[in-house]
Design a protein around this ligand. Structure first.
Ligand code: HEM
Length: 404
């Protein structure tokens, strides 16, 4: 059985991915990594996989787990319970294995079925129209559209009052930075942000205990009343996950998607002119520049992956953005083709942690992007855009546009 490749060039490429240049263009670096070997060891000791097939295995095979204690040991913070940022993340379904994962996901999954989500179409269309009405002229697309749309959609679903929503953009950005390289400095900003989110949601959940409404936060406190296994920590952490995941990644889908379309005006025209391309177009935009690029797991039992045997305890990271550009799966992977057939990107993950909000994120983008391009056929960049300083969650902090 071959050994896992140790390569200086691979280390250099992986280090580059943490720089501004690497975040601008990870895809050429992923391609080179895949050529070196489909599985390489990173400088931090994790194993990196870059093919579509191997990423799929990491996401779906039950021998890969979240194993929170091992993941926490890997990031090296023994006192994780004292860190609100880590405690909140590791109490959410995203970081748990069955049976806790199953128990927590079941609580909210009925709110996100394709049918329930489709019923939100008229409300989302209304929100899109309202935002577009104010978009004439020069704007930061992130501040004026890509953030407000998803935060208001998930805010309505959860029952977070409209006036409180804007402040969560920076709070969630600071909190989710722990998904990147975890340094003491990152943690020192993430902790107060996570504590603010926790305190805010705990108060709001208390309020719903006293005055239930027709929203998801009320459903969560009612579920807790009926099931004494559900702790206060779990209710707050999973409400925080739903809120954060509900807008951060979708903001990035809208902004990454628009940035790609502005670079490919022929494709933008196509999306504006052909409503039948909304579905495949959004899948292609998800594939082309995925808002989530990395998904880590811990190996629970020995498994063969990319031709090598991987031992229990190893941390393996599926590079979803690399799998999405694997030429063995997608012909001409670096081309944007909105009518691409047989397009199944890895961007929403796979297996038991497959994104709960995928139908909602898809619907928002399928409505918003074609409507935007129809309303402003001459939409153009209006200055330098800035990317978020993270690869795990890939997106823009500002994307200036001239809407005309
Ligand atoms: C374009 C937008 C989105 C992308 C790219 C995205 C991506 C992902 C990915 C890759 C995962 C799996 C992570 C893993 O395997 O470890 C995930 C999980 C999750 N997502 Fe999303 N997401 C998006 C939007 C949303 C929305 C709108 C919600 C709304 C609530 C949401 C809620 C969740 C939740 C709760 C999980 C955890 C599921 C579990 O662990 O069982 N996401 N998402």
């Amino acid at each position: 059985m071959p050994e896992i490749v140790q390569s200086l060039e691979a280390h250099q490429l992986l280090n580059e991915l943490t720089t501004t240049a690497g975040r601008e263009d990870p895809y050429s670096r992923y391609a080179r990594l895949r050529e070196i070997s489909p599985i390489v060891r990173a400088p931090d000791g994790a194993l990196v996989v870059t093919t579509y097939a191997d990423c799929g295995t990491v996401l779906r095979d039950a021998r890969f787990r979240k194993l929170p204690p091992d993941l926490l040991a890997f990031v090296g913070v023994a006192t994780w319970r004292d860190h609100p940022a880590l405690r909140q993340l590791f109490t959410s379904m995203l970081m748990l294995d069955p049976p806790d994962h199953t128990r927590l996901r079941r609580l909210v999954s009925s709110a996100f079925t394709p049918r329930r989500v489709e019923a939100l179409r008229p409300a989302i269309e209304r929100m899109v129209d309202e935002l577009l009405a104010d978009l004439d002229g020069e704007h930061d697309f992130v501040a004026s559209f890509a953030f407000p749309l998803p935060v208001n959609v998930i805010g309505e679903l959860l029952g977070v009052p409209a006036a409180d929503r804007p402040r969560f953009q920076l709070l969630v950005r600071d909190w989710t930075q722990i998904l990147e390289v975890l340094t003491p400095e990152v943690l020192s900003r993430a902790d107060p942000a996570a504590a603010t989110i926790r305190d805010y949601l705990a108060d709001l959940l208390d309020e719903r205990r006293r005055h239930p409404a027709d929203d998801l936060l009320s459903a969560l406190v009612q579920a807790q009343a009926a099931d004494d296994r559900l702790t206060d920590d779990e209710v707050v952490a999973n409400a925080a996950l739903l809120f954060a995941a509900g807008f951060e990644t979708t903001t990035n889908l809208l902004a990454n998607g628009l940035a790609a379309l502005l670079e490919h005006p022929d494709q933008a025209r196509l999306l504006a002119e052909r409503p039948d391309l909304a579905r495949s177009g959004v899948e292609e935009l998800l594939r082309f520049d995925s808002p989530v690029q990395l998904s880590p797991r811990i190996v629970a039992e020995p498994i063969e992956l990319a031709g090598v045997t991987v031992a229990p305890g190893e941390r393996v990271v599926a590079y979803l953005g690399a799998g999405n550009h694997d030429p063995a799966r997608f012909a001409q992977p670096d081309q944007l083709q909105l009518d691409r057939a047989d397009n199944a990107p890895l961007s929403f993950g796979g297996g038991i942690h497959y994104c709960l909000g995928a139908p909602l994120a898809r619907l928002e983008a399928q409505i918003a992007l074609p409507a935007l391009l129809r309303r402003f056929p001459k939409l153009a960049p209006a200055g330098p855009a800035r990317r978020r300083e993270s690869l795990s969650l890939k997106g823009f902090t500002t994307l200036p546009v001239l809407a005309a």
